[in-house]
Design a protein around this ligand. Sequence first.
Ligand code: ZN
Ligand code: FE
Ligand code: FE
Ligand code: ZN
Length: 266
Amino acid sequence: MLADYHVHTRRCGHAEGETRAYVEEAIAAGLVELGFADHLPLVRDWRPGFSMLPDEMCAYVAEIKELADEYAADIVILAGIEADYYEEAEDEVRELLAAQPFDYVIGSVHTLSDGLGFDQRRQRRRFAAAGVDRVFLENYRLLARVAGSGLCDVVGHLDLPKKYGHQPADAAAVGEAARGTLQAVRAAGIAIELNTAGWRAPAGQAYPAAGLLAEAAAAGIPLIFGSDAHRPGEVGDGFPRAAALARGAGYTHTLRMSDRSLVELP
Ligand code: ZN
Ligand code: FE
Ligand code: FE
Ligand code: ZN
């Protein structure tokens, strides 16, 4: 009985389908909980098509709370958010988050401090110029700061820089940085997600990869599942495979966000 806690809506400008259609997919897939985690407005350099605007947040939360009431007999629906972390604008992110009664926050890094959006196809050339290892190292450094910031309940897609198939040359140094992130997550008492979108990307691997997931399991870090659906048909995508991956990595339980209890994996 799994739950999907990372689902977007059309409000971000790059997802499709009615919000209600995501709910109906989740029910059809037999999920026990569905958590929306659409993109928090970008505090730096907002552009259309990347996230909702601050004045759309109330309507976003209201729509989800209404659906939660309407479908209460069938599924638990939560109003979460995926917040981009900006090292230089932590206070602005904090203010945006405090303005709404979000059920939980996924803290993510998609953009480095120099503006490199490493998960965007159109920035691939800039990614290559920046150096693959440097991008991975910077990703983990920022994620450790996300974890320590107190802004989030879950750290999102740990090894997202691999999205287009990049792998670090100095695996030892990058692995060390990743372990630093896990230590920060553990110290903060927060969770990580097993994000299945990587199986739909050139990476061909979930985020995080099996090795890092095993280290997180060994560290006792709670785990949630997320499809990162940007269309209704992606809700719960790859979850049986993800549950098997988690089991293989040493996880026996998953975190339920509605009451923060640990429930046994299927
Ligand atoms: Zn998105
Ligand atoms: Fe993300
Ligand atoms: Fe996402
Ligand atoms: Zn995401």
